[in-house]
Design a protein around this ligand. Structure first.
Ligand code: EPU
Length: 313
């Protein structure tokens, strides 16, 4: 182990393949992958990175992420330890319509957490049905869609800032925007959410309806990173890609979904380079036809470079 991490070798793996940790299933290794067991350990990792000028990356479920085939030269931190997956539920039996506070760890799997909140008869998260990620990742990018976004229910966010200190932020300090925040290099550790007591049968029905509508229009079971591009103001990126005639187009193993054109799915043998090439092709075609610059929603780690440039189909 590198001498800079010798005192933390128990929680650090070297050359960890990030393809194992992204929903795309693509990308090269992280030079180091750290799994801290407490906020204190996370703070020490962040502080060490700053002192040693090591790039720090926070990984959730890797659901909105495209890692380059070369991987990343830095420390990737992942809050999968149970210390970051705790939930404090309110006492049951509140009056319908009452607001309640739920304190939840950033490493929670959002899908399971949403289901659990539905089981508790708490409304507010069911609109996020079908969005993969950890709570921390969902907050960081203010994930959401037509049925709501996480910012609607966040009352406070605890982060470890770039100097390794723990800070509690109000929503204006988090700076929620469309599919983003102003959190910069801060790592989300925990969030305080305000949910509403409701009839469990009704919350469940809403969850099921949203889930089933999404699964009809999105390729939820295939390896992807969700929507690749942000919707340009007043427009739909998926519709623009479809109108540019790119639905079903492939480069190498990267394929524009036939179900939803703002999804790229990774087929067998795909590389991150194939995905970068397809992204470049889409951006070029949409700019030529509609004079619209499609901006990436997916986060890119490592050097963006296309491996194969010839469209295959
Ligand atoms: N459309 C097409 N062709 C397509 C896809 C969509 O013509 O291939 C049209 C649809 O018919 C519809 C319009 O575009 O009229 C909007 O499509 P959709 O309702 O599927 O919503 P979206 O704007 O594409 C957004 C979020 C999704 C979120 C859904 C539902 C963005 C970039 N996308 O999609 O989020 O799940 O609303 O709430 O904001 C994600 O962030 O990864 C994501 C998938």
């Amino acid at each position: 182990m590198d001498h800079r991490w010798s005192d933390m070798s128990e929680i650090i793996a070297e050359q960890e393949p990030l393809a194992l940790h992204t929903t795309f299933g693509l990308g090269g290794p992280a030079r180091w992958l750290a799994t801290p067991r407490s906020v204190g350990e996370l703070g020490r990792l962040v502080d060490r990175c700053r002192q040693e000028e090591i790039d720090l990356f926070a990984l959730g479920l890797g659901a909105n992420l495209l890692v380059s085939d070369d991987g990343v030269d830095g420390l990737v931190v992942r809050l999968s330890h149970s210390a970051f997956r705790q939930v404090e539920w309110p006492p049951s039996g509140g009056v319908r319509g009452a607001k309640v506070i739920v304190i939840a760890g950033a490493g929670l799997d959002m899908h399971r957490f949403v289901l659990e909140s539905v089981r508790h008869g708490l409304a507010g998260l069911e609109g996020l049905a079908g969005i993969p990620g950890t709570l921390g990742g969902i907050i960081r990018m203010n994930a959401g869609g037509r049925w709501g976004q996480i910012a609607d229910v966040v009352r406070e966010v605890t982060v470890v800032d770039e100097s390794g200190r723990t800070r509690r932020l109000t929503p204006p300090e988090v700076g929620f925007g469309y599919r983003g925040t102003r959190l910069g290099g801060a790592v989300v550790c925990e969030a305080t959410l305000e949910l509403t007591v409701d009839d469990p049968v009704q919350v469940r029905a809403r969850f099921m309806e949203i889930w089933s509508r999404k699964s009809q229009v999105q390729p939820l079971g295939q390896p992807s990173a969700g929507c690749v591009f942000k919707n340009p103001p007043g427009q739909s990126a998926g519709r623009l890609v479809e109108q540019a005639g790119l639905k079903g187009r492939s480069i190498g193993g990267a394929h524009v979904s036939n179900v939803h054109a703002n999804f790229i799915v990774a087929q067998e043998g795909a590389t991150a380079g194939d995905v970068f090439a397809l992204i470049g092709l889409i951006q070029h075609e949409v700019a030529q036809r509609f004079a619209v610059e499609l901006e990436l929603e997916v986060k890119v780690w490592g050097r963006r470079h296309a491996r194969s440039l010839e469209p295959v189909a």
